[in-house]
Design a binder for this molecule. Structure first.
Ligand SMILES: C[S@@+](CC[C@H](N)C(=O)[O-])C[C@H]1O[C@@H](n2cnc3c(N)ncnc32)[C@H](O)[C@@H]1O
Ligand code: SF4
Length: 400
């Protein structure tokens, strides 16, 4: 059943057109958190005294101006404030950064401006300020609707507090999404199905549903190695995945990407831009970018340490520590890796244009035969529900 739900009928058009040009967006990284969650390996740091936001604003302005010189003129279709915990920023900080972005790369009239927020009451109190600053979408890290699970995840909010933050967000923004982490220790498919149904009942247009991943170097990795944190095995993980697809699709929020679900038309435009291999500037500590210059597509990364980034920007006008041209093969590999995460799949003509060659017909035929990938109208190719759990292997096979 699940395979049918994920698989839009092969010979029918996709439910929305895929734009020929994936566009341009800006990612802004705010690298601070109140506390470090034991599962998280994002570039996030805890500081005893609050950072000097005015100093950071000046550095963000400088780095935006530097990136503008690299990209040239662009229009921005989406901005994403990610972290870390961007909801620790003052609304005035967000407003000043948006102003600098607007001056560098004017925002489309209907640009999507998302801010990632932690769902505590302190942060919810700032939501109206973010709205006034120009944010029009929030993505809340609810993570679980069960207090014991939230404690085990090291979260600083209860389920009730998180749902109260969702309500405040829904009153302030037209577009609200929240994240849940599933495949937690001991979690049964039936419990997860019930938790997911409660989440859907909140009425949000978008949900990000991530399977708990054990990231190297985190406290969870140490517990996992010691056998004190047991994550679901293959069969239970698959059952949890199946429940996720069934419950969301039945509620009108089908997957449009491996971990992301939305009502039709409510997909995150910024995330689609990444998966469609669009162009984006990455600003702030540890941000990645992909920008198109006269010399071709470049990958940029900035210094990860917040204070090191700050002093670097103050000294050089930018925090870039890596800036390298991407070969055709690297670009087509990245396009494949990102695009196959999407239910809309990839455009074979674009792949061929990027890489300078088509896929090996024998490999495509074998993967289709095994039910791992399927063709779509418009010369598109996508992973099937059976293929999604082994996507890395499919990408490696197709790219070889
Ligand atoms: C940058 S993080 C967090 C945003 C925000 N600071 C928060 O915690 O609410 C984005 C999302 O990644 C997910 N995430 C982080 N680490 C994860 C892990 N090890 N396994 C699964 N999901 C994870 C969480 O759902 C989180 O909300
Ligand atoms: S999950 Fe969010 S709050 Fe927790 S450490 Fe990572 S970025 Fe910070």
């Amino acid at each position: 059943m699940t395979e049918d739900l994920l698989r839009q009928p092969a010979r029918q058009p996709l439910r929305r057109a895929v734009p020929a040009d994936p566009g341009f967006g800006v990612y802004v990284h705010w690298p601070f958190c109140k506390a470090k969650c034991p599962y998280c390996d994002f570039n996030s740091h805890v500081r005893h005294s609050p950072p000097d936001q005015a100093r950071f604003v000046a550095a963000f302005r400088a780095e935006i101006a530097h990136m503008r010189a690299l990209t040239g003129q662009r229009r921005t279709q989406s901005v994403f404030f990610g972290g870390g915990t961007p909801s620790l920023m003052e609304p005035a900080t967000v407003a000043a950064i948006l102003e600098a972005i607007e001056a560098a790369w004017p925002l489309d009239r209907d640009a999507e401006v998302t801010l990632e927020a932690n769902p505590t009451s302190v942060e919810a109190a700032r939501f109206r300020g973010y709205r006034a600053a120009g944010v029009n979408r929030v993505s809340l890290g609810v993570q679980a609707l069960d207090d014991a699970a939230l404690r085990a995840l090291g979260r600083m909010h209860s389920a009730e507090e998180a749902l109260a933050a969702v309500a405040v967000a829904r009153a302030a923004f037209e577009r609200v999404s929240f994240d849940l982490i599933y495949a937690r220790p001991e979690q049964s498919p039936a419990e997860w199905g019930a938790e997911l149904a409660r989440a859907i009942a909140e009425g949000c247009e978008h949900l990000s549903l991530y399977q708990l991943t054990i990231e190297e170097g985190t406290p969870f990795a140490a517990l996992h190695r010691a056998g004190r944190l047991v994550t679901p095995d293959g069969e239970r993980a698959r059952a949890l995945w199946d429940v996720t697809q069934e419950v969301t699709a039945a509620a009108g929020l089908p997957a449009y990407e491996i971990s992301n679900h939305a009502r039709p038309g409510a997909e995150s435009r910024h995330n689609l831009l990444y998966w469609r291999y669009g162009e984006y500037a990455g600003i702030g500590p540890g941000a990645h970018g992909r920008i198109d210059t006269d010399d071709g597509r470049r990958a940029t990364s900035t210094e990860r340490g917040p204070e090191e980034w700050l002093t670097r920007v103050e000294r050089l006008g930018h925090g870039i520590v890596l800036d390298e041209g991407l070969s055709r093969v690297e670009q087509s590999d990245e396009y494949l890796l990102m695009g196959l995460r999407l239910v809309e799949g990839i455009d074979r003509t674009r792949y061929a244009r990027l890489s300078g060659r088509d896929f090996d017909p024998g490999r495509v035929a074998a993967l289709r035969e095994e039910g791992m990938i399927e063709a779509l109208p418009g010369d598109r190719l996508r992973a099937t529900a059976r293929g999604f759990p082994v996507l890395d292997a499919i990408v490696a096979d197709l790219a070889a």
